[in-house]
Write a protein that binds this ligand. Structure first.
Ligand code: SF4
Length: 511
């Protein structure tokens, strides 16, 4: 026996043991698998231009999409409000997926409940599931708000969540005045960024609808769906506090997804308070840091009289400048010398490393705003973001990207691919290779297959720890991105000059 109670092996070394190797060989034989040479031959062909054309002609199949489904975004948005529990009308397995996906990234327990719909609810509707589920969630978990979203199943059968919540209130599941906003989040359209938008709008509608707005001077700021939110939101708040701006962050997950260990399990921490959320109706303007996460929310805020502005994930010098100048213009507060100093330091750092950054080529994939922001930063460093891919990017996004590329000499050979998946990206990288790949943990298979170093900078990052605790936004965040790119760039010459007496004749300690 390769393992026992005294010697428990992880699956990786376990499957190297002779018993498992023999079993795997027998399995391959029983399945009649092609020879390794034939597998290699086909694998190589899938890296050709011939295969690329076939791959890009595919229409009815998605392979490894760089996106998640709507309710995951809804659960994320709800987590940014004070003592708010997500309640998902649908099947249990879906909610287990959102919770595990978020928990694996943030390394924190993530609370969300489902109405556990099964076959009977699929046939007769999920009313009773919601009535019972809300009563249980309210009694067991002591939330101040329950945010209801839906899975595919509830949407396919047409559950009317608004009517069900009213019915549940009448049955006493939750008190009449207990906040229970909702959003329909059909997972078969859009992605997690649309789900974020729908849930945020649902929460704001709950507090704002029917109220009279008295315009004030404060600003609402929406961070958007962001795996780096713990670091980014704190950095954003630091900059706003330095500017002495009056603001409300709408959906702030930075404390909920970064709780200290003090011996007590705490289900809720931080977030935008319900009082702040109500009062945010009176803001002068609502700003979104991720346009594609807030299309409907911003439209609704504009309809209520708010000034609105949106950005694409503020990475680097130009983007941070634009964000701070807009905030300064709207709030009337000047940009303080401390932030100007940080800006100067980032510019200096970029200039110091210019000879290593200039002309580097990149592929970037992820959410539309992240890809836009990262491509802009890469061009700022003198790099070329050759392939930019967002599975949840649309034609409008492609046009915005084309405009961005046209604004810089470094964008001349670059192209944006909306609606494409990571199998498309494999073809792009195999036929037109680049130096570096920027994305999330799913890129590790591309890295292994095509030997293009992967830089993990967006959600989800499962196989590295604690990246979400450090900001990418602002000038300080820009420095962090810069260092991350440079570390990967320096790994290459070090790796190529480390053979004693063969390639190490000018092994460089200073670079
Ligand atoms: S795509 Fe549908 S079935 Fe899959 S996790 Fe999302 S809601 Fe559930």
């Amino acid at each position: 026996m390769p393992q026992s109670a005294e010697k428990i092996l992880d699956h990786a070394p376990l499957f190297q043991e002779p018993e498992y190797q023999e079993m795997l060989a027998r399995k391959a034989q029983a399945e009649g698998r092609p020879s390794p040479a034939r597998v290699r031959e086909i694998a190589d062909w899938t890296k050709s231009w011939d295969y690329r054309e076939k791959n890009f002609a595919r229409q009815s199949l998605t392979i490894n999409p760089a996106k998640a489904c709507q309710p995951l975004g809804a659960v994320f948005a709800a987590a940014g409000f004070e003592k708010t529990l997500s309640f998902v009308q649908g099947s249990q397995g879906c909610v287990a997926y959102y919770r595990s996906h978020l928990a694996r990234h943030f390394k924190e327990p993530v609370s969300a409940v489902s109405s556990s719909m099964t076959e009977d609810a699929a046939v007769f509707g999920g009313t009773q599931n919601l009535v019972d589920g809300l009563a249980n969630a309210y009694a067991l978990y002591g939330p101040k708000m329950i945010a209801v979203s839906t899975t595919c199943m509830a949407e396919v059968i047409g559950d009317d969540v608004q009517a069900y919540i009213l019915f549940a209130r009448s049955k006493g599941s939750i008190p009449e005045d207990f906040p229970a906003p909702f959003a329909h989040t059909p997972a078969f359209v859009g992605s997690h960024v649309v789900g974020y938008d729908n849930m945020l709008k649902g929460i704001l509608d709950y507090f704002w609808k029917g109220q009279t707005r008295v315009a004030g001077s404060a600003l609402n700021i929406i961070p958007g769906f962001d795996g780096l939110a713990v670091g980014n939101n704190r950095e954003l708040k630091r900059m706003l506090d330095l500017m002495e701006v009056e603001y409300t962050l709408l959906s702030d997950v930075s404390d909920q997804f970064d709780m200290p260990s003090d011996g007590e399990f705490c289900m809720y921490d931080g977030g935008t308070t319900l009082e702040q959320t109500k009062a945010a109706l009176n803001a002068k303007a609502t700003l979104s840091l991720q346009e594609y996460c807030t299309t409907k929310t911003l439209e609704s805020a504009a309809g209520l009289g708010h000034g609105t502005a949106s950005f694409h994930y503020p990475l680097g010098v130009v983007a941070t400048d634009a964000l701070l100048m807009k905030i300064s213009e709207l709030s009337g507060k000047p940009i303080p010398a401390a932030l100007e100093l940080e800006r100067g330091r980032l510019v200096d750092a970029m200039a110091d490393s210019q000879s290593w950054l200039h002309g580097k080529t990149y592929a970037i994939y992820g959410d539309p705003d992240f890809v836009y922001g990262m491509a802009r930063l890469v061009m700022e460093t003198g790099g070329e973001p050759r392939h930019c891919l967002a599975t949840n990017g649309n034609k409008a996004w492609e046009a915005q990207m084309a405009e961005l590329f046209a604004s810089s000499p470094f964008g001349q050979n670059c192209k944006a691919w909306g609606g494409k998946d990571l199998w498309h990206l494999r073809s792009l990288l195999a036929t037109e290779p680049v130096g570096l790949l920027i994305g999330n943990s799913y890129g590790k298979y591309l890295e292994r297959d095509l030997q293009i170093p992967l830089i993990r900078l967006m959600f989800p990052i499962f196989d590295r720890h604690h990246h979400h605790r450090f900001p990418l936004w602002g000038y300080q965040g820009g420095l962090r991105v810069l260092v991350t790119l440079l570390d990967k760039i320096f790994d290459k010459p070090d790796g190529e000059t480390n053979k004693l007496g063969v390639t190490d004749y000018s092994y460089d300690l200073t670079r």
